[in-house]
Design a binder for this molecule. Structure first.
Ligand code: AMP
Length: 467
């Protein structure tokens, strides 16, 4: 049971379903009862947290020594197929990389306090709420909840209360805070705070400038992926002192042989030339070892973008300036970034297609003022008359959103669901996602490849309210 933005979310049905699907018998489920809806906590398998906490509060847990290449964990991430990939990480390399990053990127020293405001289930949470600060001898502050509850000052109150030195979050959170009363930030003593780090999505200039002037502290962007486990582009500290440049997360981090490559020839791009952000073999410590139980998928997904060359593709476009600073220009594939979370449009399409009313669907990313991007879905129904009755369209939209929520989580829920009678495709049957996204954002779709039926684009335009 958990409250998110004031709404109680019942986790027990999710646990029930996971248990029923699990191939192994789960001996016990530990549940923290936050007293939000005690009457719902009936399941017989649950073990109460409080008495256990009392019992083991000061317990000393000995280290379990592992060979450094043992897997430490798998984190599932989106790609262009509907099937998420299990990013497998090792033990030794990851620990070394995180310790080095604390010193040479985040400038955290033993005794400091770090507050990473992220979801513990995502890579930023794994690396910088848990492992990195603890490995490097810092105190870590874990906070469960959004930045605006009970009010927009909660994070700054935490900084004052726990004398936080380093903060790390995503630009989306700052865009949310920007809409709050600015005096909430001034109310608290932020003198302990040295730096705010941001990552996970492009940091736009207005957001960077606003938070920098409101906090009067340096705000530093860094760029990485679930696959790399720690920043591959950042502003290094302690090795060489470089200034930050607005619009760029910095330069390639130590250990990353990162270059921009021409997407066809694989040649290294000249300064100022747009290319795919790629990494040379071998990847540095901390990066993924393979796709969990699927080495072939690891090779096929990441290492085959450029013929005859062993290059890891990030699937991000970038450009490097004369001084070596890289700017990220967006994805090369059909992956969108919603509030710092990477989602495959195909995954959302598959979740929507699981609803029996859906014949065909296209999901595209559209610009969103707070979340960076949001998903918009264009749905062709098996029976178009189904939405003729009053309220039927809204009812079906809610059912479709529920299908996405239950399969992928609320973060993937489309911001818009539009019904159309056909989708714009090329003669060879390829969906014109970029053209749909352009229309959905009110942009000119530009030059189009030969389109099967041009009226399909008109329909998309009409479904969007004739924009
Ligand atoms: P995830 O694996 O969920 O962390 O998502 C990684 C993706 O987020 C990258 O491939 C980029 O597309 C995007 N991303 C992460 N950090 C940044 C950043 N600092 N600037 C621009 N894009 C970013």
């Amino acid at each position: 049971m958990r409250a998110r933005a004031g709404k109680v979310i019942d986790y027990t049905p999710l646990v029930d379903e996971a248990l029923s699907r699990a191939e192994f018998k789960v001996p016990q489920v530990l549940l923290i009862d936050r007293q939000l809806a005690p009457e719902r906590l009936q399941a017989s398998y649950l073990v109460a947290y409080e008495p256990l906490r009392e019992k083991f509060f000061d317990a000393h847990v000995p280290c379990e020594w592992l060979e450094s290449n043992e897997p430490s964990y798998t984190l599932y991430t989106s790609g262009t197929t509907g099937k998420p990939k299990g990013v497998q990480r090792d033990v030794g390399g990851y620990a070394v990389a995180l310790a080095a990053s604390m010193e040479h990127i985040f400038q955290g020293a033993p005794g400091d306090t770090m507050f990473t405001a992220s979801d513990i289930g995502w890579v930023v949470g794994h690396s910088y709420i848990i492992y990195a600060p603890l490995i490097a001898g810092l105190t870590t502050v874990m906070y469960e909840g959004t930045p605006i509850r009970p009010d927009g000052g909660i994070w700054w109150r935490l900084v004052e209360q726990y004398k936080i030195n380093l903060m790390f979050t995503a630009p989306t959170a700052i865009r949310v805070l920007r809409k709050q009363d600015a005096s909430l930030m001034e109310k608290y003593d932020l003198s302990s705070l040295r730096t705010l780090f941001l990552a996970g999505e492009p940091l736009d200039e207005p957001t960077a400038q606003w938070v920098q002037s409101a906090l009067k502290k340096p705000v530093i962007d860094n760029y990485w992926q679930t696959e790399t486990g720690w920043p591959m582009i950042a502003i290094p500290r302690g090795i060489e002192e470089l200034p930050s440049k607005l619009g760029s997360p910095g330069v390639p981090s130590m250990g990353f042989n990162l270059t921009l490559r021409n997407e066809v020839t694989g040649d290294v791009c000249a300064a100022g030339e747009k290319g795919v952000v790629a990494l040379d073999y071998p990847l540095p410590p901390g990066c993924m070892q393979t796709v969990w139980r699927d080495d072939q998928r690891f090779v096929d997904t990441y290492w085959q973008s450029v013929p005859d060359q062993l290059l890891y593709s990030t699937f991000d476009w970038g450009v490097q300036d004369e001084d070596g600073y890289v700017s990220i220009l967006g994805r090369t594939d059909d992956v969108i970034n919603v509030a710092g979370h990477r989602l495959g449009t195909r995954e959302i399409e598959e979740a929507l297609s699981s609803h029996p009313a859906v014949a065909e669907v296209a999901v595209v990313g559209i610009a969103d003022a707070v979340k960076g991007q949001a998903a918009a879905a264009f749905v062709v129904l098996r029976d178009p008359d189904r939405i003729n009755a009053p309220g039927a369209s809204e009812g079906l939209q809610a059912e479709l959103c529920h299908a996405v929520d239950s399969q992928l989580g609320a973060i993937a829920r489309p911001a818009r669901v539009c019904f159309v009678s056909m989708l714009p495709k090329t003669r060879s049957g390829k969906l014109l996602r970029r053209a749909i996204a352009a229309l959905a954002e009110g942009r000119d779709p530009g030059e189009l490849p030969t389109i099967e039926d041009p009226s399909a684009l008109m329909q998309v335009r009409e479904a969007l309210g004739g924009q």
